[in-house]
Design a protein around this ligand. Structure first.
Ligand code: IDP
Ligand code: MG
Length: 151
């Protein structure tokens, strides 16, 4: 099953949108296998955003994600990565389609509320970076056969 790491970023938590954001992923059918409220360390932020190192927005990005608590979620589902990215919307919030989290709730790229893994490989890697095995729960959800055909 695909996995994706979702982060409700500091602006989402500060604005009281945590529930609204999680609701959209739950309603989409993705299964929560891990969730925690946490303060991101500089070390974790730098590892997570390693690929953006050297870009002009990198320092601001690390500052943003460590500025205040976040809620991290590990989600599982068929097509979890692509489906979550569509639910999140384009990186530049002002260009994100209406109906997406960013398109409905955000205006700027540097305050775009939420992170979602960008590939199946990164979904597995990021979930492993943010969660210990003991923080992940593999559970059969009673609605799974109504969401995942043939399971
Ligand atoms: P994504 O979150 O849609 O996958 P990425 O390109 O992976 O977007 O960029 C990671 C994060 O870096 C974005 O979500 C956003 O918070 C921030 N970011 C990206 N581009 C810019 C920029 O041009 N200015 C300020 N922040 C940016
Ligand atoms: Mg990204």
């Amino acid at each position: 099953m695909e996995r994706t790491l979702i982060i409700v970023k500091p602006d989402g938590v500060q604005r009281g949108l945590t529930g609204e954001i999680i609701r959209r992923f739950e309603a989409r059918g993705l299964r929560i296998i891990g969730m925690k409220f946490m303060q991101v360390s500089r070390e974790l932020a730098e590892k997570h955003y390693e690929i953006h190192k050297g870009k002009p927005f990198y320092d601001g990005l690390v500052q943003y994600i460590t500025s205040s608590p976040v809620v991290a979620l590990a989600l599982e589902g068929t097509n979890a990565v692509a489906a979550a990215r569509m639910t999140i919307g384009s990186t530049k919030s002002h260009e994100a389609a209406a109906g997406t989290i960013r398109g409905d709730l955000a205006l700027e790229v540097g305050r775009n509320l939420v992170h979602g893994s960008d590939s199946v490989e990164n979904g597995q890697k990021e979930v492993a970076l943010w969660f210990n095995d003991s923080e992940l729960i593999s559970w059969p959800r009673n609605t799974d056969p109504w969401i995942f055909e043939g399971r």
